[in-house]
Each structure stands twice: as C-alpha cells, then as structure tokens.
Design a protein around this ligand. Structure first.
Ligand SMILES: NC(=O)c1ccc[n+]([C@@H]2O[C@H](COP(=O)([O-])OP(=O)(O)OC[C@H]3O[C@@H](n4cnc5c(N)ncnc54)[C@H](OP(=O)(O)O)[C@@H]3O)[C@@H](O)[C@H]2O)c1
Length: 361
C-alpha cells in the first residue's frame, strides 16, 4: 500500500484544479486519490469530465484518468477517502467559505487557492518563504471549529507574488511606500486565448477586486499573531493598478519603492539573491533552490524566457534603478498559476506536513 498521503482536489476539473493534478503527478508525499467538481461533472470518469477543456501543456496523468469525479457538495463522501484536500472550486464567496469549513469539520485539512477565507482572522494566509510561523494560528482556528485535525489554510493572490517577496527580502531597509502596476496573464482568469479571443492584441484596464487584494494582502502576510488572530502590518502603504495583458502565463509587476533606510543598488541585489526561507532549509519537494534571482540584463525578466524559472516556483527580478520621485524601481515576474496558485498551495501543504499539521487520518 502507498504510504503517500491521500489527497482530494475540490474543483479538480477547472483550470487551477488541472494544474494541481499535473503538479502532483509523481509527488513524493501526496497522491491524488479523489477528484470532486460540480454536479455537472460528478459521476463521470475524470478524462471524460475534462474532454475538450484540458488546458495543461502536459497530458492528463494516467493515474487519474479513470477516477470517477465526485460532487463537491457531498462532503462526507469525499472526506472519508482522503487525508486532506486542495480547494479550487469556483462558487460564490459565501458558498466557498461554508464548504471549506464543512470539510475542515470532517477533520479534513483544506489548503485553499480561493480568496474566500483570506481575511478570516484565524485562517493563515501563507507564502512559505515569508510567514511560515502564521500556521501557528491554526490551533486557535481548530478551537473555534471544534476540530482536532481539521482546519483551513490559504495562499495569497497571484498578483502579489511578483513583488511582495522582493519587498520582504528588503525588509531591513524598511520600505514604507510602494506604487505597483501589474501586467497580468489571462490564465489568471482561468482562460486561454481559445476561450478569450478578445484578448489577442488587447489590454483591459480592469480586473475585478484585484487592486484591493494587491494593496492589502501583503500587509496580512507581514502581520503578527495576537490573541489568536492575525493582525496585519500597518507600516507600509501600497497603491496599485492591475491590468490584463495578452500573455498566457506570467504576471509582471513594475514597482516604485521608498525606503526609510537608504540602500545601495548592490545591497538590494545581494538581499534578493541571498533571500531564502524554511522551504529551502527543509528542502521541501516543491521549494525552488533559489527563491528570487536578480537578472542584470536590461531586457529581463521576460515572460517568454523567464516565467518557468525554478519550475515556475521562483521569482525573477530586473531593472533595479534609482528613481527621480521614489527611491528605487524594479520589475518582477512570477508564474501566476504555479507559484501564484496551485504550486504555492502545494508548497503550503508540504510545509504543513513538515510542521505536523497534515498527517494520515
Ligand atoms: N486561474 C487562476 O490563476 C486563479 C488564481 C487564483 C485563484 N483562482 C480562484 O480559484 C478558483 C478556481 O479557478 P479556475 O480558474 O480553476 O476556475 P474554473 O476553471 O472555472 O474551475 C472551477 C471549478 O469549480 C467547479 N465548480 C463550479 N461551480 C461549482 C458548483 N456550483 N459546485 C461545485 N463545484 C463547482 C467546476 O466544476 P465543473 O467542471 O463541474 O463545472 C470546476 O471544477 C476560483 O475561485 C478562482 O477565483 C484562480
């Protein structure tokens, strides 16, 4: 019998769900045993349920083709087969909140890609290299839910991954005012050019809810646990504009920063290149060896050349230069559906396993 932990994917037929299934093929610790989606897909073989809408570059993993898709809403049915679940369902925010807590209450940990619980005060929102200690709030959440092993943990929005880790690497220089414009890929909306032909040669200056997430989520990640909840940091101001651009995968951010302690360019580059965290220390299976790299060439990072850096789990930074109004400016790039979605959640689950929060039932 396999000693891997049994994983269910809620929303496994969708774009993020497909990315989870692809990333977990041959994972050393986790094995996809269960897939759940809407009643439209329930009862079908996975391969049939995604026919004509498989969006990954690699084929459907053999091991999951014949899994019979379950209904996400039949919580007990799914929960009894798995040790934990990844959540990537698309429902209303209230429905997602309720269903994720329902799974937690069956003593099934939920690692979610959704935004519904990102501001629930006792739910950790984690980038494992930045705030692994926030998982400690889970003990308080379990008390509220009345569970012994069930909880919800989330990863933050894809848009912040191209700059929040960089600002974290520069913490010693005390960044306090940040202006960011993001140039976001269409896969962030669950789309390819086939399903969204209007995006070819086009730019759309609006992504619903994205600017608020881009400005606020980094503050929660930099926050502290106080009295059983996460209290966001309040010493950095971020303002943002989020723009949809005709790119399949890869969110770019152009960023201006003011610092309280004036760094040199070399200090900024060294801080990026030397930054690492718990995932690197513990050598977690999905951890990039080098989390953030600095690229010296003026025309890098480029989406086409750099988005897959460290299998999509690393962040590429370039063009650090002095600014005439702010102190320094730079450009960052990350893979929105790998580091920014499913890959970030898989790394969170690996951290939770290493910390003892996810175990075999
Ligand atoms: N795409 C990204 O890069 C990204 C990044 C961050 C966060 N997100 C969030 O992640 C979630 C999934 O995104 P996606 O792009 O993968 O969406 P998607 O491709 O539309 O997939 C949605 C999934 O949810 C299931 N679903 C839809 N309605 C349901 C219902 N009423 N009951 C149960 N299951 C239902 C679908 O099942 P059927 O196939 O049976 O319809 C499918 O498995 C969304 O909340 C999205 O906002 C996406």
């Amino acid at each position: 019998m396999s000693e891997k932990l049994r994983v269910g994917i809620l929303g496994g037929t969708g774009m993020v769900g497909q990315r989870f299934i692809s990333l977990l093929e041959n994972h050393p610790w986790f094995e996809v045993t269960t897939i759940a989606a809407s009643p439209r897909s329930a009862g079908q073989r996975y391969e049939d349920a995604v026919e004509g809408r498989w969006k990954m570059d690699t084929p459907i993993p053999k091991a999951v083709k014949n899994i019979i898709v379950k209904n996400v809403n039949e919580v007990e049915e799914v929960a009894k087969e798995v040790d934990f679940v990844f959540s990537a369902v698309d429902m209303s925010k209230d429905e997602i909140k309720a269903i994720e807590e329902a799974y937690a209450k069956t003593e099934t940990p939920v690692v979610s890609n959704n935004s519904a619980h990102r501001w629930t005060p006792d739910v950790p929102m984690v980038v494992p290299e930045i705030n692994p200690q926030h998982m400690e709030v889970i003990e308080f959440q379990k008390k509220r839910l009345g569970t012994t092993r069930g909880f919800v943990a989330v990863k933050p929005n894809c848009s912040i991954q191209s700059y929040a880790p960089v600002l974290t690497a520069w913490k010693e220089f005390e960044p306090y005012e940040v202006v960011v414009t993001t140039y976001q890929a269409i896969s962030g909306a669950g789309k390819t050019f086939k399903d969204w032909p209007e995006m070819e040669g086009n730019i759309i200056p609006f992504i619903s809810g994205e600017e608020e997430k881009s400005e606020k989520e980094p503050l929660r990640i930099w926050g502290k646990i106080e009295n059983g909840v996460i209290v966001p940091a309040d010493d950095v101001k971020i303002t943002s504009q989020c723009i949809r651009v005709p790119v399949l995968n890869g969110h770019t951010a152009a960023v201006f920063v003011k610092f309280r302690k004036a760094p040199t360019k070399q200090q900024l580059i060294d801080a990026i290149n030397n930054f690492s965290g718990v995932p690197q220390e513990l050598k977690l299976p999905s951890a990039p060896k080098q989390f953030i790299r600095y690229m010296e060439e003026d025309n890098r990072p480029q989406v086409a050349l750099d988005v897959d850096y460290e299998n999509g789990m690393g962040i590429s930074v370039g063009r650090i230069r002095e600014d005439s109004i702010y102190d320094w400016k730079f450009v960052g790039l990350s893979h929105n559906t790998v580091r920014g979605a499913a890959g970030g959640a898989v790394l969170c689950a690996e951290l939770l396993k290493a910390q003892g929060y996810i175990t075999a039932k």
